[in-house]
Write a protein that binds this ligand. Structure first.
Ligand code: FRU
Length: 475
């Protein structure tokens, strides 16, 4: 186990580049026992600029090694978001000697007559260390649509084809191919469903088993760029439904939200995890409203922790449920059991420097409030407040340290929950973030914070009588 030294200038458990700007995760793929994380990267500054694909690898999803830049801009443009797959059967003809990696990404070019976005390929025969751009690039263009980007590609067994989902303005277009080179348009999704408050970006499409059944459902993830008047800034919606290799049909028309916090964007899942044994998503832990202003020094932006996704039926709806992967546990050296009665006098849990994993359970009071404060100093805290009358969780970060770089940043984040008999909460607190999963992953809230001091302790108090809280803390 190689723990990064804890300090106040870097996250501990979350991937952040050594220096300069990062946004969306790209090309998430598992190959030769390594997880690859590529990402939107600007190597010449700490704000968004001409995009490259940065690269990191991990064997356990938590400890990432940064590698040299994978893809540089070229005559077709800069390198926007996209995906990567293993071409196991050499459908492309790029590989003579066993399987290799293919990256499918957007070339973005600003010309005198406007923006041109097209899809291109690059391949690697050395486990992603070096990349060769396909000489026939681009492989998929559009004569007029300037929003034509972020291809996510997967192999669809039933139709024996590659499938691409692509963000095309405020819809997702679906294409298919035998060889990743020639693409056929199949269908367009989204005209009358979901949220259309901003441009659609970074789609993903995959099947998952519904917990406790033998039924598979398809999940379409779509991020929505920041738009005028959006209360949340940029945000991610998802749909559940069916897919036959050509058309995705959503079983609902209202958007479902992946996360109720402001700092989970452009999340997509790993390709080629063996036998699809688990579906793991990583998101960009920021928000376009303030991403370029967040107060870090030589680097800017982090990824969320990986989230393992499952589907669960809750009150007639199919919900995406999120869990931290089992690999996370090995990063904590000791576990403290918690069994405390909390009342209006409050209790305090001491912590050591470093990240905190907290898992708490309590019978859910019918009324009143429970407050959990992450205390950094007498004046600085992030407050998580449950209001049981309104069935509302609020995360308040207006006094959490540096907040004045954005008006939206200090506004409360809220999550409304259904009737629960038991309140279950899992929280990971890192230098610059709180990731909160509630009711065994049914609700998620991901939130950045920029305190000036180390976490000193966690205090709990309630006006709902005597509340017995049980759980564990790992550090
Ligand atoms: C999403 C996004 C993508 C695009 C990339 C550019 O955050 O806008 O649509 O490919 O970022 O960096």
């Amino acid at each position: 186990m190689s723990l990064t030294k804890v300090n106040l200038s870097r996250p501990y458990l979350h991937y952040a580049p050594e220096k300069n700007w990062m946004n969306d995760p790209n090309g998430l793929v598992f190959f030769n026992n390594e997880y690859h994380l590529f990402y939107q990267y600007h190597p010449n500054g700490t704000t968004w600029g001409p995009m490259h694909w940065g690269h990191a690898v991990s064997r356990n999803l938590i400890d990432w090694e940064e590698l040299p830049i994978a893809l540089y801009p070229d005559q077709h443009g800069t390198i926007f978001s996209g995906s990567a797959v293993v071409d196991w059967h050499n459908t492309t003809g790029f590989f003579n000697d066993g399987p290799g990696l293919v990256a499918i990404f957007t070339h973005h070019k600003e010309t005198d007559s406007g923006i041109v976005q097209s899809q291109s390929l690059a391949y690697s025969t050395d486990s992603g260390r070096t990349w060769i751009k396909y000489e026939g690039n681009p492989v998929l263009s559009h004569p007029s649509n300037p929003d034509f980007r972020d291809p996510k590609v997967f192999w669809h067994d039933e139709s024996d084809k590659w499938v691409m989902v692509l963000a095309t303005g405020q819809t997702i277009s679906i294409y298919s191919s035998q060889n990743l080179i020639n693409w056929v348009f199949e269908s367009e999704f989204g005209t009358n469903v979901g949220s259309h408050e901003g441009v659609w970006e970074c789609p993903d499409l995959f099947a998952l088993k519904v917990e406790g059944t033998n039924e598979d459902k398809w999940v379409m993830i779509v991020s929505i760029g920041d738009g005028e008047g959006l209360a949340y800034g940029s945000r991610t919606q998802y749909f559940t439904g069916s897919f036959d290799g050509k058309t995705f049909i959503s079983e609902h028309s209202e958007a479902k939200w992946l996360d109720d916090g402001r700092d989970q964007y452009a999340g997509v899942t790993f390709s080629d995890i063996p036998a699809d044994s688990r579906r793991i998503l990583i998101g960009w832990m920021s928000n376009w409203r303030y991403a370029n202003q967040v107060p870090t020094d030589s680097w800017r932006s982090q990824m969320t922790l990986p989230r393992e996704l499952t589907l669960k039926e809750c009150e007639g709806h199919t919900k995406l449920v999120q869990h931290f992967p089992k690999e996370l546990e090995q990063w904590f050296n000791h576990t403290t059991e918690i069994e405390r009665t909390v009342n209006s006098n409050g209790i305090n849990i001491d912590v050591e420097q470093g990240p905190v994993y907290l898992d708490l359970n309590t019978p859910c009071p019918k009324s009143g409030e429970l407050q959990i404060a992450l205390n950094y100093s007498d004046q600085t805290h992030t407050v998580i407040q449950f209001n049981f009358n309104e069935k509302k969780l609020s995360l308040k970060r207006s006094n959490s340290g540096k907040v004045d770089f954005s008006e939206l940043f200090s506004k409360d984040q809220e999550l409304f929950f259904r009737d629960l008999t038991e309140l279950q909460l899992t929280m990971v607190i890192d230098t610059f973030s709180v990731e909160l999963l509630m009711n065994n992953g049914e609700y998620a809230l991901t939130s950045l914070q920029f305190p000036d001091e180390f976490l000193k302790g966690i205090s709990l108090k309630t006006d709902a009588g005597e509340v017995l809280i049980k759980g564990v803390m790992k550090q």
